[in-house]
Design a protein around this ligand. Structure first.
Ligand code: MEV
Length: 312
């Protein structure tokens, strides 16, 4: 019998980068894009092979390098569940989450694999169990991730995240819509995080106050989401974007996309994730979703996803 696991894409609503320095941030899952992992039994003794169609990878668990993220996820999960180290399995992963766009495709693939293995073992995977393994794979890609990406794809719900504290899942006062534009430029998170670190060392006082204000925005954004105050949330997106520009992670292309969204009627827009490329998110309504998506495309977006947050 085959086992299957799923995990969603994600976007960060507010607080990226400052979250690395202990300020709170909010991330939401994007269930319109998912990663799926399935496990099929193979003839005894054939060992475990992981096949990732989207990145054209085929990994034999026994021979994989220690820093292969797919193999690492499988090994850690097998260990955690006290399963044999090289089971006769074919693990296939596929995902329609855009790769390297800041939507957490790597983290979601890892989370889907962990869930499939737990299902195959007949065990319940708590979000924390999944998140811990996914964090280890994120370390390979990003160096020193804050942990927000693995948390949101593992919980699959809006999360309030602060380093060193247990993540909080929270409810939206009313569902809201986001248009997510892929700039088509990969988001080099490792580099943008390192860039912020270097600039901060040269100008600590300024970065401290920008991070503090971003943290304040996260608090106000959570209250706005819980109370269904969308106009306010849009204004907070715009202010957060100004601060992301100050800390040097925005680009001309991202700003062009943001201006296009706001001109087309978005309540607010900002880059989401590491910046330098990746995604822009715009807060939209049923009426403004299409004009904003069209505006994004006309301004150069490679792909646009419209999603509803908090609708389940
Ligand atoms: C990347 O999705 C979010 C950053 O804040 C980095 C991190 O939190 O690890 C830029």
């Amino acid at each position: 019998m085959s086992a299957v696991g799923h995990a969603p894409g994600k976007v960060i609503l507010v607080g990226e980068h400052a979250v690395v320095y202990g300020r709170p941030a909010i991330a939401v899952p994007v269930w319109d894009t998912v990663a799926t992992a399935t496990i099929e039994e193979c003839p005894a003794g054939s060992g475990c092979v992981i096949i990732a169609h989207d990145i054209d990878a085929q990994v034999e668990l026994l021979h994989a390098e220690t820093d292969n993220p797919l193999a690492l996820v499988v090994r850690l999960t097998l260990e955690k569940l006290n399963l044999e180290p090289n089971p006769a399995w074919r693990i296939e992963v596929s995902s329609d989450i855009p790769i390297a766009s800041g939507m957490g495709s790597g983290a979601a693939v890892s989370a889907a694999i962990v869930r499939a293995i737990y299902q195959r073992a007949g065990a319940d995977a708590s979000p924390d169990d999944v998140s811990r393994v996914v964090y280890a794979s994120e370390e390979i890609h990003h160096g020193t991730p804050s942990g927000i990406d693995n948390t949101v794809v593992s919980y699959g719900r809006p999360v309030w995240f602060k380093l060193g504290e247990a993540p909080e899942v929270f409810e939206t006062g009313q569902p809201f819509m986001l248009a997510i534009a892929d700039s088509g430029v990969p988001s080099p998170t490792r580099e943008t995080v390192a860039g912020v670190r270097n600039r901060r060392e040269r100008d600590e006082a300024a970065y401290l106050s920008w991070f503090d204000e971003i943290g304040e925005i996260a608090h106000r954004a959570r209250a706005a989401i819980e109370k269904g105050r969308m106009q306010q949330l849009g204004e907070l997106f715009n202010r957060n974007q100004e601060l992301l520009e100050q800390i040097g992670v925005s680009t001309q292309l991202l700003q062009r996309l943001i201006r296009a969204a706001n001109r087309a009627g978005a309540s607010g827009a900002k880059l989401s994730g590491g910046g330098g490329g990746g995604n822009v998110i715009a807060l939209v309504t049923a009426e403004t979703a299409k004009p904003v998506a069209d505006g994004f495309r006309a301004a150069g977006a490679r792909n646009v996803i419209v999603t509803t947050v908090g609708s389940d």
